[in-house]
Design a binder for this molecule. Structure first.
Ligand code: FES
Length: 155
């Protein structure tokens, strides 16, 4: 079937089976490789994107059901001139990624958190990222990176 998807502000016409997960469309059709395939069953967070600003597990969300929504991937966080988002800079500054496989999903979940709660407590951050798995054990650096970005955004 054919349907429209708006990703990072651009609308695309997609041809795909009705049940094709959004993750496959992003990576295989649109060349957006920020979202990662981890578990494939909605449990690890590696595939997280934003739907209208809220985190969405793209491995279990049929792409065809998302017409009319604004989707954002990690690639969409940068400014049009390529300047990295405050969260991206903070994750680099804190060296928060080791293998970094989980980091795109973590950053997008953090972006949703900071828009809802601009000055989150450590507990808020840990709760928001609770369902995002990191096998490297970078959790403390990830929390520090989000705190750093929150400070920068607050000015
Ligand atoms: Fe989607 Fe794990 S790959 S939640």
């Amino acid at each position: 079937m054919a349907f429209k998807l708006t990703v990072n502000g651009k609308t695309h016409v997609i041809e795909a089976a009705e049940d094709t997960p959004l993750l496959y469309v992003l990576r295989d059709e649109l060349g957006l490789n920020g979202a990662k395939y981890g578990c494939g069953v909605g449990q690890c967070g590696a595939c997280t994107v934003l739907r209208d600003g809220a985190p969405l597990r793209s491995c279990i969300a049929p792409a065809a059901s998302l017409s009319g929504h604004a989707l954002t991937t990690l690639e969409g966080l940068r400014a049009p001139d390529g300047t990295l988002h405050a969260l991206q800079r903070a994750f680099l500054a804190e060296q928060a990624g080791q293998c970094a496989y989980c980091i795109p999903g973590m950053i997008l979940a953090a972006d949703a958190l900071l828009r809802e709660t601009p000055q989150p407590s450590e507990a808020d951050i840990r709760a928001a990222l609770d369902s995002h798995l990191c096998r490297c054990g970078s959790h403390n650096r990830i929390v520090r990176a989000i705190q750093r970005a929150a400070k920068e955004v607050a000015g």
